[in-house]
Design a protein around this ligand. Sequence first.
Ligand SMILES: Cc1cc2nc3c(=O)[nH]c(=O)nc-3n(C[C@H](O)[C@H](O)[C@H](O)COP(=O)(O)OP(=O)(O)OC[C@H]3O[C@@H](n4cnc5c(N)ncnc54)[C@H](O)[C@@H]3O)c2cc1C
Ligand code: SF4
Length: 479
Amino acid sequence: MTDKMLKFVKVGLETPNKRKVDKRVDDFKEIYDQFIHKKAEEQSSRCSQCGVPFCQIHCPLHNNIPDWLKLAAEGRLQEASELAHSTNNMPEICGSICPQDRLCEGNCVIEKAGHGTVTIGAVEKYITDNAWQKGWIKPIKILKEINQSVGVIGAGPAGLACAEELRKSGYKITIYDRYDRPGGLLIYGIPNFKLEKFTVERRTNLLKESGIKFKQDFEVGRKISFEELRKKHDAILIATGVYKPREIELPGFDLKNIFPAMKFLTASNRKGLGDKVENFDNGILNAENKDTVIIGGGDTGMDCVRTAVRQNAKSVKCLYRRDRENMPGSAREVRNAEEEGVEFVWLSNPKKFIGTSQISSVLVERMKLGKADSSGRKKPEPIPNSEFEMKADMVIKALGFDPEDLPKLFNSPDLSISKSGTIKINLRTMETNLPGVFAAGDIVRGASLVVWAIRDGRDATVSIQKYLEQKLNKSEKAA
Ligand SMILES: Cc1cc2nc3c(=O)[nH]c(=O)nc-3n(C[C@H](O)[C@H](O)[C@H](O)COP(=O)(O)OP(=O)(O)OC[C@H]3O[C@@H](n4cnc5c(N)ncnc54)[C@H](O)[C@@H]3O)c2cc1C
Ligand code: SF4
């Protein structure tokens, strides 16, 4: 990169929140676009087109990566975009937020040979962003509308992918969601520094223009009963995600300024979307100038620490009871967070929250790794008399999520669920024990990834379509 480009890149990166709209930004954009274009072509041409595409095998959508890299390297970007869209409903979103180091890129043959992976996700994003810019991505035009309808509960990636695929076949689709905006965790969970929200809005607007109806602020089980919804539609997809935060029952748990991760992240995302957020504006859910402690070493924990950094927290510490090697969060995210100044306190566990009315510190105990448990992971054990106090003005609990009690929420005690509360499905058809009711995404898998939710949504489409065709045949025979 030339010095001039470097200067502009720095301008663009240094001031994401305070960026002034001036000529420099336009100049920056032009130079940056050229730079990204060159980079994407360079990266694409690094693909060795190896015989066994391990990247494709390890992508949950089995994206045809080598072929779209070849097309991109040859500058055939429209074809590359069409190919990328043939297996993925949101390539630019996956390109931005898939943990590629665990999926496609982690299995790139060039990476394995020690020469650094082809940056597959970045190229996927580039190809699709470029297609949007050029106006190549268009709403679905169906040849003939089929007089059968599907009700999709949940406008997250699983519900959206299924809705889009079914609409392509001509079915009438209504998506019901309890949030005020569609997108699920793409909108209110994943922070906007990782995923620009306009990319999600662009996708959901396209679905609206494709004739899919959205009913927001519409909680199934409250606004409409599940039974009523089943009568209204020929088939149902449940794609409600998992939202019940896991808790730690510690002394002092009810002190002020201890929050579940989603509360903290939603406030920050709403602010980024331009909403008025009273509890952010009055400082309660804002980490600015606070000693902030995040509990949990998963991806949600990483998003919380990096959000706190961006809010100008005084200090950000992450407590995790195992060590770096055994951390569930992406290694790349940990590196990013460390570079941004986050301190990871490995092998540590909170024992008590201390304060009068609000939190002032956390009593932390040191841990060591013992023998492996039934899951094969080494079990963390406390080290006696190792406690120390850690100053904290704000604590965020990021310990994972469980499913809500759907049979109760839906007043549908017959809906079959697993011990952990996820919905049980026939793994071949994705149908639940209730005829015509299918399920996909986190509510089936437990907390997982966007790319898996898209995969599930697409798989469910195939079975739903089969079910609807059989239903139509039966009713035609009966008539
Ligand atoms: C903080 C955070 C960061 C993450 N970061 C990443 C990441 O970087 N990369 C990645 O791949 N994955 C990430 N994930 C995981 C990813 O977001 C989820 O796996 C994915 O969104 C699941 O998709 P889904 O469609 O199953 O559910 P969701 O995205 O959760 O969508 C479910 C939708 O259902 C709606 N709903 C629930 N109940 C009802 C009801 N009764 N009536 C109507 N609507 C209802 C909800 O409002 C929601 O919109 C992250 C998760 C979190 C929490
Ligand atoms: S969808 Fe995710 S795993 Fe698949 S190629 Fe794209 S970034 Fe890689």
